[in-house]
Write a protein that binds this ligand. Structure first.
Ligand SMILES: [Zn+2]
Length: 179
């Protein structure tokens, strides 16, 4: 069954279970270890320049292909994104993610395929930047979303891009900060 809107509560619950089961209590989240726990094999490959990652499902273990031409931070996000598809979506045997799709952020879209991408991105952001960890880590610093140099150390600690961390922080804390 294809959801018509992103299931954020289910995503949070799944991520909490994965973090607990893997004994992950602080950043950086060991995304490759978690993939192994989920039975997925990770391979790094040279893909077409527009492809960020693929998820291949067969009778044997699922395989996540990660494009080598991305930064390590993007590779971690790609792995987490494909794990999101694996955990949330029944699927076609081969799922290919292009860079523009992985950047998809519009929550207003209701196309089934877009909802799946939004869910996979939400899963990846929740897994790599758990809300609980961020609450703890930002308690001691003064956040300034306009200043990338304040975000950089946090992004480095979590092994994510500054862009991904900025978006996550705005998502979690943006509205209350502005109030
Ligand atoms: Zn995807």
């Amino acid at each position: 069954m294809t959801p018509t809107r992103p299931r954020y509560a289910r995503i949070r619950q799944l991520v909490d279970e994965l973090l607990t089961a893997s004994g992950t209590r602080s950043a950086p989240v060991p995304v490759e270890k978690i993939a192994a726990r989920m039975g997925a094999e990770i391979v790094f490959r040279d893909f077409d320049e527009n492809v960020s990652g693929v998820l291949v499902r067969s009778d044997t273990a699922p395989v996540i292909g990660v494009a080598t031409n991305q930064s390590v931070e993007r590779q971690r996000f790609t792995i987490a994104h494909e794990l999101g598809h694996l955990a949330l979506h029944e699927g076609r045997e081969v799922h290919v993610d292009k860079l523009f799709r992985i950047n998809l952020r519009s929550p207003s879209s209701s196309r089934a395929e877009d909802v799946q991408e939004i869910e996979a991105n939400a899963f990846a952001a929740s897994l790599l930047m758990p809300q609980l960890f961020l609450h703890r880590d930002i308690a001691s610093i003064e956040l300034d979303f306009e200043d990338p140099s304040r975000i950089l150390p946090l992004a480095q600690k979590y092994g994510v891009s500054v862009q991904a961390m900025t978006f996550r922080l705005l998502n979690l804390f943006g509205s209350s900060e502005r109030a």
